[in-house]
Design a protein around this ligand. Sequence first.
Ligand SMILES: [Zn+2]
Ligand SMILES: [Zn+2]
Length: 431
Amino acid sequence: MSFAFSISQEKLVEIRRVLHQHAESGLSEFWTTAYLAKELSEAGFDVKVGHEIFDVSKRMGLPDEATQQARLKAALEQGADPEWIARMDGITGLVVDLRPDLPMHTVLRFDIDAVDVDESSEGDHLPAQEGFRSINAGECHACAHDGHATIGLGTALELLRYKDQLKHNIRIIFEPAEEGSRGAAPMVSAGVVDGAKYFFSAHIGVNARQDHELVCGTQGFLATTKFDVEFFGRSSHSGADPHEGKNSLLAAASATLNMHAIPRHGHGNTRITVGRMESGTGRNVIPSYAKLLCETRGETTEINDYMFEKAKLVIEHSAAMYEQDCKITVMGQAGCAVSDRLMIDLVKTVSEDVPYFHRDLLIEMGQGFGTDDACAFIQAVQKQGGYGTYAQIGSSLPVGHHNQRFDFNENLLQPSVELFCRMALAMDALD
Ligand SMILES: [Zn+2]
Ligand SMILES: [Zn+2]
């Protein structure tokens, strides 16, 4: 059966480019949320935004107030609908239901946030060449979430045609702040996947780096904890009274080196990174404050917990050595989930009807890279007896994800909409 599209590939490219141009970092996707909400509500969806879909008590890693205000102002200046902005009440992301009158059953999930990267302005970078480079400095769709949001919007609109023949509700989640693993937990806590039996999400690229390739399920995600560390010491004159000072820079440096020296775990992969260190005010002043931005990862939640616990020990003892007070703030967290066989088989079967995906480039189970916040949704669905999978949609890539020159092959947009629609209908047909 061929799929009758109501949204053309050209239109999807147009949507993708508009979203790309308005790249917004996690928890600040004001323009993006308002744009998607407006499109979907005009199509007839009852769009849910704000507190109903996001438990702010579980929110981590919110940018500071000044940054949020500046980004909100920019979104309004860039034409975000003030009515939707008001309804969002400072919360980004949205949820729509195909049949809210029927029991909760199938969930499709798309992430919408950008990466904290300054997009390349070089002429051979397509978005720069074609004039849709990010207009927000330091925010760039370098992880293909502009593609994901486009596919999500396209899928929602195409599925409207099937609304009357559905047996259950199909919910479409547009998740904010996937980067830093900050969006899923508050949404799960607000109950957005309560009662769901089947969950499907996908990422463009990851380890599927060929056009027409499709990876049906993913394993090997790493659980992660993102955290900030602050050291509070005492400043003094470095010539006259160095003995009076309590050097926060040294505590941070000691903690950094020793966190990287935590013994690896024998039962699986681990990672640790101190990605940023800030300290000091001048050459002749003993630094009284230092801040570290860190993350741990592990092949299982237990192994990640091991890394985080060891990191805390190192931080506390580094603080003690240099007579510091210290504060550790968790900024984001994600577990890991393995895709279910039942769902992998379903993707495999369904994709046979999408000619874009080549049979010889079909992989049943692929490896994740790093972490994806989709795991929090999959785990929640699995915990209530359901099934989930996280696919990888193949694309040739000029450079890897999170690079300022990242881009993907737009030809995958319409076939991906078809894949999601067919998956949604196939899941709806299950009990
Ligand atoms: Zn990413
Ligand atoms: Zn991503």
